[in-house]
Design a protein around this ligand. Structure first.
Ligand SMILES: [Cu+2]
Length: 75
């Protein structure tokens, strides 16, 4: 497998007000972890902030959509 030099890791941060507990955090981690190209998901319950590390093929819209599917509206 060849490594594509243009496939850099990017970080996208979204806020989801519906995150209230660790259960929310793990559902979101699971949902975003299933998105192809996502390498790392960090959820901070206190600040309701989701930090996603991903390849450049993943758009912010895709992350928001995956969160939506999991039941959390993100902005
Ligand atoms: Cu919860």
């Amino acid at each position: 497998m060849t490594t594509n030099a243009t496939n850099e890791t990017q970080t996208t941060t979204v806020i989801a007000p519906e995150i209230v507990c660790g259960g929310c955090a793990s559902s979101i981690k699971k949902a975003l972890g299933n998105v192809e190209g996502v390498s790392e998901v960090d959820v901070d319950v206190a600040s309701k902030k989701v930090t996603v590390k991903h390849g450049e093929m993943v758009s912010r819209g895709e992350i928001v959509a995956a969160m939506d599917d999991a039941g959390y509206s993100a902005a």
